[in-house]
Every structure is written in C-alpha cells, then in structure tokens.
Design a protein around this ligand. Sequence first.
Ligand code: FAD
Length: 413
Amino acid sequence: MITAADRAADDFDVLIVGGGMVGASLACALAHRPLRIGVVESVSFGAAAQPSYDDRSIALAYGTRRIFEGMGLWREIAAAAAPIERIHVSDRGHFGATRLRADTCGFEALGYVVESRALGRVFAAALTALPGVELISPARVAAIEPAAERLRARIEQGAGTRTVTARLVVGADGAESSVRRWSGIGVQRAEYGQSALIANLTPEYPHRNVAYERFTDSGPLALLPMTDERCALVWTVRTEQCAAIQSLDDDAFLARLQGRFGGRLGRLLRVGARASYPLALVRARRYTAPRLALIGNAAHTLHPIAGQGFNLGLRDVAALAEVVCDALAAGRDIGAGDVLARYEQWRRRDQEHVLRATDGLVRLFSNDRAPLVLARTAGLLLVDLLPPAKRALMRRAMGLAGRQPRLARGLPP
Ligand SMILES: Cc1cc2nc3c(=O)[nH]c(=O)nc-3n(C[C@H](O)[C@H](O)[C@H](O)COP(=O)(O)OP(=O)(O)OC[C@H]3O[C@@H](n4cnc5c(N)ncnc54)[C@H](O)[C@@H]3O)c2cc1C
C-alpha cells in the first residue's frame, strides 16, 4: 500500500519497469524525444546474477538488425555478432531437410548471433549516456496504483523508498511480470515439460556461418555460429533428465551431444559452462490496461525453438515507440486509451502468429507418432523444394513479414 508520506513524487512521461533486453531497447528507441524516461532495473547491469544479460546467446533476425540500425545501436552490436548465412533444418533418424540461404534472397545474412552479455554492455553504455533517460538501478518497483491522469509507482532502492508518477508505465519485467499482475491482466500458461540446456562449444570444423536446427526424439537442438569459431548450443531436453545431462563431465556431455547432433561439424571438442531454463508458453490475455502497456516476455514468453522471443519483443518496442511518438507529435496524451489500443491492435496479429507457429513446431517435433513423423518429413522436403514456400518462411523468420514500423525502415519512431 502506498502511503500519503510517499506522495512527493518525481514525474516521468514513461516509466519502464525492467531494464532487460526489451525494456532497455524501448528506452533507447524513445530517447532524443522530448520525454522524461525512467528505467527501473532490479539487478545491476554487469552483475553475474543479471537475468536478462546471462550466458545465453541470442539469434537476432535480420528485421531486428534494421530496428537496431534505426535506433543507432547496430554498429556496437555488430562488433560482437556473428552472421548466420545459412540455416540447415533436419530431423534426426529421418529423411528430409530444409536449407535456407541468405544469398538466394539478396541479403548478406539471415540473422546474427550475439551473446546476451554483449547486448547488456551495449545497453548499459547507451542508457547512462542518453538524454532524458534516468536509469534507476539496482532498484525494484514494489507497487503500482492509479493517480490523477498518471500511475504512481513505489520504488525500493537500497534501504530507501522513492515514489514516482508516470503518464505511461511499461511492463518489461519478464515472464513473471509483477506489472502484469498489479494491472489485473491474466495469462494463459502451458508447461512444456522441457528445459533448454545452453552452453558454448568449439567443434573440429569451422561453422562457416551455418546455423543447425536438428529435431531429435527428446526435443529440438540448435547449434548457432558465434564469433571465434565457437557455436552456441540450445538443447531442449525433458526436464526430468536435464539435471543429469547438465552435470555430466565435459567428455561425457560432448559424447552424448555428438550422438544427438551427428558429425556435420566434425568432433565436438570443447564445451564451456552450462545453464538451463525450464520452458513454458506464457501469454498475457491483454497487452494494455489504463496507462499501461506490456512488452517482451511480460506479454509473451515462448519456447526458444525458433529463436523468436526477443525478436518479437523488439517489434513490440518499435510499435509502442511509434504510437507514443505519433501521440506526442499530435500534442496528445501518450498514455491515452486510444493510443494504447493502437499498440495492442498492431501487435496482436504478429504475436498470435509467432506464438502459434512456435508452439506448433514444438508439438510437431517433440512427438514420434508415425503420422506426425511423416507429416514433418514431407513438410521439410516440401519447403526445401518449393521456392515460394521457402521465401515466405524466410521472410517470417527474418522478421520482415507484415507491417514494418518506421524504425525498421531507417526512420525515427
Ligand atoms: C535458452 C534460451 C534461448 C533463447 N534464444 C533466443 C534467440 O535466439 N532469439 C530470440 O529472439 N530470443 C531468444 N530467447 C528469448 C529471449 O531471451 C527473451 O525473449 C528475452 O530475454 C526477453 O527479454 P525481456 O527484457 O522481455 O525480459 P527479461 O530478459 O526477463 O528481463 C526482465 C528484466 O526485468 C527486471 N525486473 C523484473 N521485475 C522487476 C521489478 N519489479 N522492478 C525492476 N526490475 C524488474 C529483471 O531483473 C530483468 O532484468 C531465448 C530464451 C531462452 C530461455
């Protein structure tokens, strides 16, 4: 409960709760506008326990590169990223594969792989230098309540408490979003019973900027090209087996993985620290409430099978930044109901599409019933043999389908 003693407040235009990859991106997208922006992040940038900037590697779609270019951040990100020039999709133990190539559609890359810690360094430098942005961290938002034409938030920082108001509060506080809970927005949740095991490894042969997505009877497995001839592993295993596999010694771990992945990269030579993430599909029933919008994992948390979660979240960022800037240019209240309704309407289709496609892929490829195996073999072959189907799939995976925000076209939001 926020008490009267808390009431002397700082006033922001936009208060972003969560300075993870998506919240930090929104602050960067809105900076340089006549807006006062607060970003509250509970774990310091660079801390080992930072949950958004951890050991994960993130596959950035080509459309994401364009949005970062529009935000003026791409040069710094590109310096730490490896391009994906080809994608090879196959089904272990079954015939059929699909190969996607960037050069067949005139792009230099289908996407890029970057370590999330490297993204954290780029955002930390940007957030401390941007005009109009105040980074409040380490600090956590502990409550939000309505106030006259504002929302009021209580922020706990060290032993103290600070109360601020904002015309628009953005929940970018991840899958277990408190902002979502405080605003009364419900979720649909489905547990997959799977966990993602991640690690960086070095194979015998150069990866040649190929990303491998291999479906196995225990779940999908991806090896993504990284800088310095390393590969980022995302290996989906049944949750009950995860701890045992994760704690294997390096040789036993690599031998087990080699058996699943095969010999396309020669012998798997070295593996680094391993981490795991239990996987669930979490979808907010709405993305907005009065003076409040949800973005990124707070709105939708996906299985990493197709590497789409952050890419989808960055498209939320570009759309929300655009509707806020339009309202600002028109002299309107940036937190008004119709402004937020535009955001919700715009994002609904893309989010539904990606959620359904990702969930469908998980279910199709985590199942060994004969008709499903036949269907996916036929699907992989068909996509491989039909150029229009392949191009459509590539545009979607690259984040280039549907209405593109101004940022993705190199314009300010
Ligand atoms: C194994 C794995 C691999 C993945 N690979 C890819 C990929 O290749 N491509 C891709 O696009 N996506 C990928 N993803 C998804 C991607 O990691 C997420 O979509 C992305 O991290 C979401 O970012 P976010 O900022 O919305 O949420 P988060 O990363 O969860 O960040 C939320 C932030 O909010 C802060 N916070 C929480 N509560 C509060 C509070 N009350 N006050 C203040 N701060 C708070 C947290 O400290 C945190 O920093 C992958 C995910 C996993 C698990």
